[in-house]
Ligand binder design. Structure first.
Ligand code: NAD
Ligand code: UDP
Length: 310
């Protein structure tokens, strides 16, 4: 039986990865300080004999006994509201946390996978974004704490691969959504669904002409798993290439939820990327992966989750 350690395993994506790996017969150790994650995401796993939770801040030395085969480093505030409220913690977990997780991978001879992000492309001047694009990031803007921490984390990962010969993977995750997102984490998907379910106005930032491409969590988990088991040690985009404006997305949420909500416009946050769409040619070619859940299906499943929460 292989053992996987997941930092950030009590969060939205991390907890789905814990489920995914437990289902496939792995032993899973989740390390999380619960700064944005929740015990609720793990209640169903706590009885499983192959699941262990360790409450720990990974910006401090990580001490684990026994064998580890894989380390998935997902710990980091991830929603713009979270990382604007937690700028220093975000910088620390991307830098010190990544360093500690890589040190552990080196010690245990484990394969290391970094959760990177489309934010490393910043406000991209190229659309869609291939992995070869170096990005357009404002290092001193409010989003810089997240973007630069992740860029540093990628550099650190490549250095451990080249210098210490650690087996590494980097996944550049594009906007992912699904059950277990927090209603008030400020991201467009939970914000719009929550507003629509309450017939409250949907808050579109700017004119809503900025674009995003939303990927459902089960597609992301499958892509990450394929990358982990592949020999691909350079970054791979994982996301759904179906690009839409945020205004169109808001309208779709209203239609799917059969809501009476209207749309209101609020100021656009500083440095909000104007376009975002993954070029997934590399994932298709190297991992034989592409997203299969369309936005209508994915939003319906997510709406079910939020309805049951309400
Ligand atoms: P999330 O906030 O739900 O999960 C992050 C988890 O990390 C939380 O459980 C939190 O408590 C934990 N954490 C944060 N700092 C920690 C620390 N110092 N020590 C231990 N645990 C810590 O966010 P998410 O959406 O699940 O994102 C998970 C990862 O995926 C992040 O690294 C994020 O940057 C990346 N990512 C997510 C998306 C997305 O669309 N959701 C997109 C790109 C990248
Ligand atoms: N957004 C919005 N209204 C909201 C929340 C977000 O219009 O209530 C916009 C936000 O400005 C961005 C897009 O939706 O252009 C996606 O935002 P999110 O926070 O989900 O993720 P981002 O892609 O910015 O990291």
């Amino acid at each position: 039986m292989k053992t996987v350690l997941i930092t950030g395993g009590a969060g939205f994506i991390g907890s789905h990865l814990c489920d995914f790996l437990l289902d496939r017969g792995y032993r899973v150790i989740c390390v999380d300080n619960l700064i944005t994650g929740s015990e609720d995401n793990m209640v169903h796993m706590r009885q499983e004999k192959n699941f262990t939770f360790i409450k720990h801040d990974v910006t401090n030395y990580i001490d684990i006994e026994g064998r580890l085969d894989y380390i998935l480093h997902f710990a980091s505030p991830a929603s713009p509201i979270d990382y604007l409220e937690l700028p220093i913690q975000t910088l620390k977990v991307g830098s010190l946390g990544t360093h500690n997780a890589l040190g552990l991978a080196k010690e245990k001879k484990a394969t290391f996978l970094l959760a990177s992000t489309s934010e490393i492309y910043g406000d991209p001047l190229v659309n869609p974004q291939p992995e070869t694009y170096w990005g357009n990031v404002n290092p001193i803007g409010p989003r810089g704490v997240y973007d630069e921490a992740k860029r540093f984390a990628e550099s650190m990962t490549m250095a451990y691969q080249r210098f210490h010969k650690v087996e590494t993977r980097i996944v550049r995750i594009f906007n992912t959504y699904g059950p277990r997102m927090r209603i008030h984490d400020g991201r467009a998907v939970p914000a719009f669904i929550n507003q629509a379910l309450r017939d409250k106005a949907l808050t579109v930032f700017g004119k809503g002409t900025q674009t995003r491409s939303f990927c459902y969590i089960s597609d992301l988990a499958e892509g990450i798993y394929r990358l982990l088991l592949s020999g691909v040690n350079t970054p791979v985009n994982i996301g759904n290439p179906a690009e839409m404006t945020i205004l169109d997305f808001a309208k779709q949420v209203i239609q799917i939820t059969e809501s009476k909500s209207k749309i209101i416009f609020k100021p656009l946050p500083v440095d909000d990327p104007r376009v975002r769409r993954p070029d997934i040619s590399k994932a298709k070619k190297e991992l034989n992966w592409e997203s299969v859940v369309d936005i209508q299906q994915g939003i319906r499943s997510t709406v079910e989750f939020f309805r049951n929460k309400a």
